[in-house]
Design a protein around this ligand. Structure first.
Ligand code: TXA
Ligand code: MG
Length: 345
């Protein structure tokens, strides 16, 4: 399948056959897009592609439909959902808009940026977990945009995975981990970014804060806002975004990080090593060696990360070691997710 991670070809399994379920896949045809939009309007759940990861969507103004998202994911009710909108106009109906929100939305929407603002009464409390704020994002993926246009309602959509597990970046990942609990999956191909959106809290416009790093960096936001943007890194007892939980985004197999400048240790025991870049020259490539990009591109590595971890998770390794990225650009989001995946159970 296009977008599959590069790998040591002899020792990489073919994409596993998805288990037989009742899940139906839809494509980008006129009739399929109309069907899934109609299903969403009728209160059904549909897994949708976005440019970051696949989301499990429901009509955000229908609390009964949104309640099923929590059940299907096994997600605690204290973890609020991101609401996806077609654009700024729809966002203004859900939140108290501000000059700062206008600037960043103009610069980065549609795209991988979620903005947290004070919510309006129309947003169900279930979605915001009783908070006074709502998280809003206008996705860029053409199929997500087309569905938003057709169903004419905001769509609540967390990543379409069991709570705490790796986010799906290809349509079949949704069925692989949520099984037949999700009956409608719109296939939009592999996701372009492969890590979840940046979340920026703009409730206090003077002190904007990144709650979760993503493709849009602090520097990108600072350039538009003209003021410093801090990044919240510490998980607290009452996390502001459970994506900030110390352990999250984790495969079942224990995972740890290693540094690019660490010596290449010979593998001991039953462990996989995942490099950012295809190992060169004389370094031997073993059955346990995998890589996320041919040339060390951080964008490519981030795009392939979850898909490769999902595959390795099925191969029975005792440990997965993944190379840290430089702390720059999308590398920060990549490192953030890996640190959480590696956190102790
Ligand atoms: O890229 C993405 O953001 C993907 C795609 C599907 O859009 N969605 C996603 O959703 O990653 P989810 O639910 O897996 O992560 C959303 C994060 C959670 O950590 C949640 O706590 C946080 O957003 N969040 C939602 N509403 C919030 C709010 N009002 N204040 C602070 N954090 C919020
Ligand atoms: Mg998630």
């Amino acid at each position: 399948m296009a977008g599959s991670p590069p790998h040591s070809s002899d020792h990489f399994p073919a994409t596993p056959r998805p288990s037989e379920g009742v899940a139906r896949f839809y494509a980008d045809t006129e009739s399929d897009l109309e069907t899934v939009s109609e299903l969403l309007r009728a209160g059904e759940l549909v897994a949708l592609p976005t440019e970051t990861v696949y989301g499990l969507a429901a009509d955000a103004l229908n609390p009964a439909a949104c309640a099923r998202i929590f059940t299907v994911k096994g997600r605690p009710l204290i973890d609020p959902l991101i609401v996806h909108v077609a654009g700024k106009e729809a966002a203004r109906e859900l939140a108290f808009w501000s000059e700062e929100a206008e600037s960043v939305a103009t610069a980065f929407w549609p795209g991988p940026l979620t903005i947290v603002l004070r919510k309006r009464a129309i947003v169900p409390d279930l979605i915001t977990a009783g908070r006074p704020s709502v998280a809003l994002r206008s996705p860029e993926h053409p199929l997500a945009r087309e569905v938003l246009r057709r169903c004419r309602c905001p769509l609540a959509a967390p990543s379409a995975n069991p709570f705490g597990y790796l986010s799906p970046t290809e349509a079949h990942h949704v069925r692989d981990s949520l099984g037949d609990q999700v009956t409608h999956i719109l296939d939009g191909g592999p996701c372009r970014w492969g890590v979840e959106s940046t979340i920026v809290d703009l409730q206090e416009p003077v002190t904007p804060r990144i709650l979760r790093p993503g493709a849009i960096t602090a520097e990108d936001l600072e350039a538009v806002l003209g003021r410093p943007v801090t990044t919240v890194t510490k998980a607290t007892d009452t996390p502001e975004a459970p994506g900030m939980l110390e352990r999250h985004y984790s495969p079942q197999t224990p995972l740890c990080l290693f540094s690019w400048d660490a010596p290449h240790l010979p593998p001991t025991g039953n462990r996989a090593r995942v490099y950012l870049k295809k190992p060169e020259g004389s370094s031997p490539v073993g059955r346990e060696d995998f890589w996320l990009s041919e040339n060390g591109s951080l964008k490519e590595a981030a795009r392939h990360l979850y898909a490769l971890l999902r595959r390795l998770d099925r191969m029975g390794f005792g440990l997965i070691e993944v190379e840290k990225a430089p702390d720059e650009g999308i590398g920060r989001a990549y490192n953030d997710r890996l640190r959480r995946a590696a956190a102790k159970r």
